[in-house]
Design a protein around this ligand. Structure first.
Ligand SMILES: Cc1cc2nc3c(=O)[nH]c(=O)nc-3n(C[C@H](O)[C@H](O)[C@H](O)COP(=O)(O)OP(=O)(O)OC[C@H]3O[C@@H](n4cnc5c(N)ncnc54)[C@H](O)[C@@H]3O)c2cc1C
Length: 325
C-alpha cells in the first residue's frame, strides 16, 4: 500500500502524528512537504522518505485547488492513501486530491484504523455527539485528520528529496475571495434566536428575519433544508446535526418541528412558532403558536418593533430635552 502524508511547512509539528496514523496501515509512507522545509531540519517522523516541494508560483499554490493539482502532477505512482492535517486548507486539499485521484474522501477524521484488511475512518457525527466508523468503499482514500489520536514514533532520519511543482492557476479561476467565517459560538451564546425553516421563504424574506433577529439583539439560525439550500452558512444550522441552543427566547418561522430540529431548540426558555399550517407538529412543542404566513408575520413584527424602538428614542430625547431646558 502506498501512503502519502502531506504536511505544509508551517504545520510540521503535526507531521509525526500524521505519519503514526499512516503507519497503522501496511506499506511505505512518504512525507510530502509543500512549501519545503524552509531551512528547518527534516522532522524525525518515522516516514522513510521525505519529499519537499517548492512551487514555481507560490502565490497561486496558496489556493488548495492549485496546490492539489500541482502535487497530483508530481505523483509518480497513484497513492492508495493520502493524509493531511485537518484545517480549512488541509480539508480542502484532501477533498481536491480525492477528486483528482477519483477516490474517496473523509475530512476532520479522528482516527485511521486497519480492520479486516481494509482502512476504516473514525469521525464525529451529529455535531460531535456520536463517533462513527466508516468502512472505506474504494481506494484511493484521502483523509484529513484532527490533531491527537496517535503517538508519534520517531525512527530513522530520512533523506530529503527536493522537487519543484508547477502551480498553474486554471484560466477559469479568475478571482479568489477569502471569506471569513463568524465566531463559532454566535448562535450558541445568543439570548434570542430566530430560526428560519423551509417555509420562511426566499432570501429576501430571510433578510427580514435577519433584521428581526438584529432588532431583538439575537442571531438568525435555520433548519437543515435552509442550510442545504445555501441560504445560511453551515455554522447557523440548528438541530441534532447542527447547534443545540438554550436562549431565553426562540422564534421559529416556517419550520414543521421535526425531532431532529427540535433537539436543537428544545432548551429554549420560551418558544414561539409561526406556521401557516394549524396542524404543524411544532405547535405541540411551543409556548405560543401563531397560525400565519411567515413572511407577512415577520414583516409586521419587525415594523412594530422598529416603530417601538423609534418612539422609545423619541421619548428619551424629549425627556432629556425637558430636563435640561
Ligand atoms: C440524520 C438526520 C439528521 C438531521 N439533522 C437535522 C438538523 O440538525 N436540523 C434540522 O433542522 N433538520 C435535520 N434533519 C432534517 C429533519 O428531519 C427535517 O427534514 C427538517 O428539520 C425539516 O425542516 P423544515 O421544518 O424547515 O422543513 P419542512 O419539514 O418542509 O417544513 C416546512 C414548514 O413550513 C411551513 N410553511 C410553508 N410555507 C409557509 C409560509 N408561507 N408561512 C408559514 N409556514 C409555512 C409548512 O407548513 C411546514 O410545516 C435531519 C435529518 C436526518 C435524517
Amino acid at each position: 500500500m502506498k501512503k502519502i502524508v502531506v504536511c505544509f511547512s508551517d504545520e510540521l509539528r503535526c507531521a509525526a502524528a500524521l505519519v503514526a496514523h499512516a503507519e497503522k496501515l501496511p506499506g511505505e509512507t512518504v512525507l510530502w512537504v509543500p512549501g519545503g522545509l524552509d531551512g528547518f531540519p527534516a522532522p524525525d517522523t518515522g516516514a522513510k522518505k521525505i519529499i519537499e516541494v517548492a512551487f514555481d508560483n507560490p502565490a497561486a499554490a496558496g489556493e488548495s485547488l492549485v496546490c492539489a493539482k500541482a502535487l497530483f502532477d508530481l505523483f509518480d505512482e497513484t497513492p492508495d492513501v493520502v493524509l493531511t492535517s485537518s484545517s480549512p486548507r488541509g480539508d480542502a486539499l484532501a477533498a481536491q486530491l480525492s477528486l483528482l485521484l477519483g477516490g474517496e474522501c473523509v475530512t476532520a477524521a479522528k482516527k485511521l484504523l486497519w480492520e479486516d484488511d481494509a482502512p476504516v475512518v473514525r469521525r464525529a457525527v451529529f455535531a460531535g455527539n456520536l463517533d462513527a466508523d466508516f468502512a472505506v468503499g474504494a481506494l484511493p482514500l484521502c483523509v484529513s485528520l484532527l490533531p491527537g489520536g496517535e503517538d508519534a514514533r520517531p525512527v530513522d532520519f530520512p533523506a530529503v528529496t527536493s522537487r519543484t511543482a508547477h502551480a498553474a492557476q486554471p484560466d477559469w479561476l479568475t478571482d479568489i475571495e477569502t471569506v471569513k467565517t463568524e465566531a463559532p459560538d454566535a448562535l450558541t451564546d445568543a439570548k434570542t434566536v430566530v430560526a428560519a425553516g423551509r417555509g420562511a421563504g426566499n432570501r429576501a424574506k430571510l433578510e427580514t428575519l435577519a433584521a428581526l433577529a438584529d432588532a431583538l439583539g439575537g442571531v438568525l439560525g435555520g433548519t437543515r433544508p435552509v442550510i442545504c439550500d445555501g441560504k445560511l452558512p453551515p455554522e447557523r444550522q440548528l438541530g441534532i446535526s447542527g447547534k443545540c441552543v438554550s436562549p431565553a427566547l426562540c422564534l421559529v418561522f416556517g419550520a414543521s418541528g421535526s425531532a431532529a430540529f427540535r433537539a436543537g431548540i428544545d432548551g429554549s426558555k420560551k418558544l414561539v412558532a409561526v406556521n401557516r399550517d394549524p396542524e404543524a407538529p411544532i405547535f405541540s412543542a411551543c409556548d405560543l403558536g401563531v397560525v400565519a404566513d411567515s413572511g407577512e408575520f415577520a414583516a409586521a413584527l419587525l415594523a412594530a418593533l422598529q416603530k417601538q424602538q423609534k418612539s422609545r428614542k423619541r421619548d428619551f430625547k424629549e425627556s432629556v430635552w425637558t430636563k435640561s431646558s
